[in-house]
Design a protein around this ligand. Structure first.
Ligand SMILES: [Zn+2]
Length: 358
């Protein structure tokens, strides 16, 4: 018997309910849930009823990756992510890693920091793992002010005795209950935007200087600024030609860089997920899921060429992640769902599993 009766809608309602009850004093619960969703998409089990084991350090990595962009100063100020505590543990750890890796305030993916300062990264993962095991994971499944946990996502009994040993926590994992990983991955397109809205509200509440007229908080927190990807434009034009990936039109200078797997869904900035696009295709595609032949074409690009660019500009390809996320996303879609297949064109999804992507 599955706890959520195999019903993704029920699962989604319960997830939203744990966030809507009670005042959130930190963004950690939101981060933990987002990390659970992200991990589920890239590791979705073949059988919908299967459990999914998530080592706590792997979850800590996902949480760190979310805060990685958020901790950059906004309008010259550090955003608080916890009521009355500008230096909360997790954002602070992310800021320290940025400083040690000397990446400044750039949007460079976290992989760059991992390769530059691997030991600092391991320390930060230990610290975040301890923090997650101590609070957000232990309390996530309590509704409102309830002292009782209602473990519908994972069994949290072993977390109820907090550990202060990073070494022990390194060995911990949580096991998502049957159907949960599948359900979270399937609901990602609905849940993630809802979590983002709650997150922006919380950050506004926790940072009084963010008045209504202050510009794009959501864009800052969730990395929607376009300019940040500009450094891949010229190398891509040299390698693949100055043409739109989707419609082959000749590109002017300053054309958009597009995330093929939507950024809003999987947040992968690696070269393997990026293409040059014309403004027309880029605007029309927006956050839509691309048609399967577009993914075929994306993954057909020579990995060696991408690796070459990666080493020249110091930006990872993340090709394995793109493949894993694509498999996860498309496995979740019901047959016949509309996908974007070009400017003002829609194709009903038709995909055979396993797909030929590798
Ligand atoms: Zn185009």
């Amino acid at each position: 018997m599955r706890d959520n009766d195999g019903d993704p809608l029920l699962l989604g309602q319960r997830v939203v309910a744990i966030l809507e009850t009670g005042l959130r004093t930190a963004t950690y619960k939101l981060a933990t849930l987002m990390a659970l969703i992200d991990h589920s998409i890239e590791n979705v089990p073949a059988n919908p009823d299967d459990v999914l084991d998530i080592p706590i350090p792997a979850l800590a990595h996902r949480v760190l990756e979310i805060y990685w962009l958020q901790v950059r100063p906004f309008e010259g100020q550090i955003l608080s992510q916890k009521t009355g505590a500008p230096n909360a543990t997790i954002p602070n750890a992310a800021r320290r890693l940025r400083a040690e890796a000397q990446v400044g305030t750039s949007r460079v993916p976290i992989d760059v920091a991992i390769s530059r300062v691997p030991q600092a990264y391991e320390r930060v993962i230990d610290e975040i793992s301890l923090c997650l095991a101590g609070e957000p994971l232990r309390r996530l499944q309590r509704f409102g002010g309830s002292a009782e946990s209602d473990p519908f996502l994972y069994d949290d009994a072993f977390l109820q005795k907090p550990s202060s040993s990073a070494k022990r926590v390194r060995g911990y994992s949580i096991e998502l209950k049957p159907g949960v990983a599948h359900g979270l991955a399937r609901l990602a397109g609905l849940l993630k935007p809802a979590l983002e809205i709650m997150w922006v509200d919380d950050v506004r509440r926790m940072n009084r200087f963010l008045h209504a007229e202050v510009p794009d908080v959501a864009g800052h927190l969730f990395g929607r600024e376009r300019a940040a990807l500009e450094r891949v434009r010229e190398p891509f034009k040299d390698a693949f030609g100055p043409h739109c990936f989707y419609c082959s039109t000749h590109l002017p200078t300053g054309n958009p860089i597009d995330h093929v797997l939507p950024w809003s869904l999987v947040g992968i900035d690696g070269l393997a997920n990026l293409v040059l696009a014309c403004a027309r295709c880029n605007g029309d595609k927006s956050n839509a899921l691309p048609a399967v032949p577009i993914i075929d074409q994306l993954l057909d690009r020579d990995p060696g060429v991408l690796e070459q660019i990666a080493s020249e500009i110091g930006w990872p390809t993340q090709r394995d992640r793109v493949v894993a996320a694509a498999v996860g996303i498309y496995r979740m879609q019901p047959a016949g769902v509309p996908t974007w297949s070009g400017y003002k064109q829609t194709t009903r999804l038709d995909i055979a599993f396993p797909p030929s992507w590798e």
